[in-house]
Design a protein around this ligand. Sequence first.
Ligand SMILES: C[S@@+](CC[C@H](N)C(=O)[O-])C[C@H]1O[C@@H](n2cnc3c(N)ncnc32)[C@H](O)[C@@H]1O
Length: 448
Amino acid sequence: MFKKNNKKTIKFIDLFAGIGGFHQALKNVVKENSNLNSKCVFVSEIDKNAIKTYVENFNFPKDKIVNIRDIKNYGKDVPDHDFLFAGFPCQTFSNAGHKKGFLDKIRGTLFFDVAKIIEKKKPKYFLLENVKHLTNHDNGKTWKIIIKTLKKLDYIVNDEPLIISPHEYDIPQERQRVFIIGILKNKKTKKYNKINFNNLYIDLNKNKKNNFHINDYNSWKEIKKYIENNFLEKNVANKYYLNAKNKKDKYLINVLNAWEKFIKNIKTPKGRTIPVIWLNEFLDLDYNINHFSKWKQKYIQDMRIIYKMNKKFIDNWMKKYDVINWKKREQKLEWQAGKDIRNIKDSFIQLRQSGIRCKRPIKFPTLVAMVQIPIIFDNQKNKWRKLTPRETSNLQCFPKDFKIFSDLSLNKNADFYSYKQFGNSVNVNIVSKIQKFILNEKGLEYVE
Ligand SMILES: C[S@@+](CC[C@H](N)C(=O)[O-])C[C@H]1O[C@@H](n2cnc3c(N)ncnc32)[C@H](O)[C@@H]1O
């Protein structure tokens, strides 16, 4: 006899879906729980490349994916669902002084569309995600309006921002994101007014490795190994390596090699690490600094002392690596790799507009859509390389068999779009834990 299938199916909608981080996360929750099924009933997205990735991975009909602005009737056009997901863009709300309706303050924004869908469809749960900055955007006004709006729609919502970064939970990417959770007030839940996150934090910490802490500053070698084994690829295609035959790469290799020599050889007062080295200060040692702030004067004096301590080395080094002709941003090195690392090749490198930043090799900076991809040194091949799109997928905890845009498209900029898509997405493992927490309704409380 077959057992009657009485699995509960969670119907969900994916707004501003991107490549489906929320969708993937719920798929993982369902896979772990034999009593659950999930069904995606509505998707909203406008970026054609992200849509391609979404459709290929989740088999959702492309022609059913809509611009949220094209929804005419929020009640009829959006199917009934249990769970709503949205990583909506952060926009400023109007003062709407003379208007009366509570939705008026947000009218015209993309958050308005989300709120209207919630108002009309009353899903049991919602999960919204945004950059941490949302909490202090427009002096905190935006956050207050969002929470007030959602509460008025008859939901229990977290007043306090739930801010989580994967790097705190064994995932080596710093990515502070704020989450807003909503649980519909019904017969069972209406007696509650607060969400307590204790159980979520217990779950987030559960699988954290005991002998390993992403913030443990003593065991970076062990952590680096863990990252290499779990997040980096073993066989990386040649195109991700900096190539001395390419003019741009050649310049960058020269810059990185030069800084490597610099860090290894430079002597500093009492062996201190200097967080920012700005070569500008070695070029003119006599200009007047009295009008600068105290800290800036101290910084320039430090640079001058370092120059005097290393004069011969620095003069030769500047000549050898043609430092004068570097772009301004490469002339500045920000050392965030700590005292015990003395080799730039051990650090993770971020090329920023403001300078080259070397970070401790225990976590990658936030992957964002447009910024240069982190650079690491491959000791086996003795070469610098960029992270691959698959590695950025790993850092966002998408499964190994997730089809990435670079594999799906012949577009010559396919890698760029892949980086952008993972930079825009959510960390799948973190979102899974939050979804599980919401579905369990274990955090509801009543507070006077
Ligand atoms: C921060 S990303 C969200 C990514 C998503 N959470 C994921 O896991 O990949 C925001 C997305 O909103 C989409 N978007 C912007 N305006 C939109 C609109 N009017 N309708 C639907 N999607 C829109 C953008 O194309 C972008 O992919």
